[in-house]
Write a protein that binds this ligand. Structure first.
Ligand code: AMP
Ligand code: ZN
Length: 483
């Protein structure tokens, strides 16, 4: 079972499915006013790995991710572009789903849009007013009274005496120093233009925090099992979600809270507001592969900050290429095509396969163990490369049989249930392309050697090595293998 750090109790604890059947999982989704940047995708890849690890443990997951398609930023963006809000947000929502697919992130089972759930939000506000924890203001807005919720601040560690008594914030985003009553419903004003819904409190629109409270419980019930997001959402967003949902029903919102640390650039959070961001599209346009981006994001533990550099992305590129070559080599040895179908039951293991079998089953166990211990993806990657080097040792001694290569392929498949890297490479036909490229380079080197241009021949050899390909001259001609 997965042991996962819980932000609320501040300790690792087993992640359970309360109904004994499936883990009900809510993740805060994107605000669709621009393309998402790779910092955002660090959190979305983390949530994908979290889901895949739970699935690997044998428990199905019901994954819900909202789409914030109405808030201050989307309204401002639509006005600047001079188009209706829906037209503006739909393009970015579509781009977001495209980006998720490019990074091999499994699509959540439900992706509710805020604008299509305003009725449920209004109901929640009514319940909060009835309980006496929310109040209307003269302009037709509704605010949550944080002082009236005794658990306010428990998730983020905010102390009640740090609250500014009676103060109100209209903006959805504010810091702990300005913790105050926050808007559940924002009365319509000139800045909102066409955007607004009629409600018992007057025309207006919901606050951002309210969107998640209403949609999560509508799709998953209350309490649900797991709530996740980036660490910047702990305060005020998740604190406010808890206040709203628990304040209305008296029941906890979620039983487990998981937060992913930030992706940094030069030591600062990658963010739109600081302008130090790269969208996934920027990075791919520079010629990087989605597989390398995913690999880079997996290479840091989710509870540790990760500094982004193009050098580290290059290194990730090298790692995925090495892995792709290794897989190609195993496919060749196993005499299988990339789309092979294989189960361990079909492989008759004999004495020739003993060594590979021992190495593979130890690696699979180690892989599961490190992931089930608070999702240690860097360790999981280390396990994968340990198996690569064990296998290379067997190859070097000539003791890797055809069936052994099949066992190694099955181990790679096991890892990929969570790492999800090979489908991204197949999409780009990386192994095939790379192979062709390697063969072309080898032919060029042979031509250089024939022309006695040994300098060029060595340069090509080095170039291959830089791409993780080791060239060796054997009595039967040059042969390549993963370095
Ligand atoms: P947003 O679209 O701004 O609401 O953000 C979507 C998700 O990305 C949220 O879960 C944020 O916590 C997360 N996020 C934003 N910036 C970063 C970053 N630099 N590193 C990791 N996650 C981030
Ligand atoms: Zn949310």
């Amino acid at each position: 079972m997965l042991q996962l750090f819980d932000t609320l109790s501040r300790k690792k604890k087993p992640l359970k499915a309360a109904d004994g059947k499936s883990v009900r999982f809510y993740a805060c989704g994107p605000t669709v006013y621009d393309y998402a940047h790779i910092g955002n995708f660090r959190t979305f890849v983390f949530e994908d790995v979290l889901r895949r690890t739970i699935e690997l443990s044998g428990t199905p997951v019901n994954h819900v991710m909202n789409i914030t398609d109405v808030d201050d930023k989307t309204i401002a963006g639509a006005q600047k572009a001079g188009v209706p809000l829906k037209d503006f947000t739909q393009g970015f929502e579509h781009a977001f789903f495209e980006d998720l697919a490019r990074l091999g992130i499994k699509k959540p089972h439900h992706t509710p849009r805020a604008t299509e759930h305003v009725g449920a939000m209004i109901e929640l506000i009514r319940a909060l007013i009835a309980k006496g924890v929310a109040y209307k203001t003269a302009d037709g807005s509704v605010y949550y009274s944080v002082k009236s919720f005794k658990h306010y601040g428990r998730l983020s560690g905010l102390k009640m005496d740090e609250l500014r008594a009676g103060a109100r914030v209209e903006n959805d985003n504010y810091d702990k120093d300005n913790a105050s009553d926050f808007a559940l419903w924002k009365a319509h004003d000139a800045g909102d233009g066409e955007v607004g819904w009629d409600s018992p409190f007057g025309k207006g629109r919901p606050g951002w925090h309210l969107e998640c409270s209403a949609m999560s419980t509508q799709y998953l019930g209350q309490p649900f099992d797991l709530h996740a997001g980036g660490v910047d959402l702990i305060f005020p967003h998740h604190e406010n979600e808890i206040a709203q949902s628990e304040g209305a029903s008296g029941k906890p919102l979620a039983l487990h809270w998981a937060h992913c640390e930030h992706l940094l650039v030069d030591g600062r959070k990658m963010s739109k507001s600081l302008g130090n961001f790269f969208t996934l599209r920027d990075v791919l346009a520079r010629g990087h592969s989605p597989a390398a981006v995913r690999w880079l994001l997996l290479a840091g533990h989710y509870r540790t900050q990760l500094n982004f550099t193009f050098e580290s992305l290059e290194a990730a590129e090298g790692s995925v290429k090495r892995l792709a070559l290794f897989r190609t080599q195993m496919l060749e040895l196993a005499k299988l095509k990339p789309d092979y179908k294989l189960t361990s039951a079909k492989i008759e293991v004999g004495t020739d396969e003993k060594a590979a079998q021992t190495a593979c089953s130890a690696a699979e166990k180690a892989f599961d163990a490190v992931l089930f211990d608070d999702l240690n993806t860097p360790q999981a990657i280390a396990v994968v490369f340990e198996l690569v080097s064990e296998t290379n040792k067997l190859l070097a001694t000539g003791s890797l049989s055809e069936k052994s290569a099949m066992l190694v392929l099955l181990a790679l498949e096991h890892f990929d249930h969570v790492l999800g890297i090979f489908p991204l490479m197949e999409e780009k036909k990386l192994p095939a392309d790379l192979r062709k490229w390697v063969e072309e380079k080898m032919a060029q080197r042979e031509a250089a050697r024939k022309a006695k241009d040994f300098k060029l021949a060595d340069k090509i050899r080095e170039e291959l090595l830089e791409h993780g390909v080791l060239l060796q001259d054997t009595p039967s001609g040059p042969k390549w293998s993963p370095a």
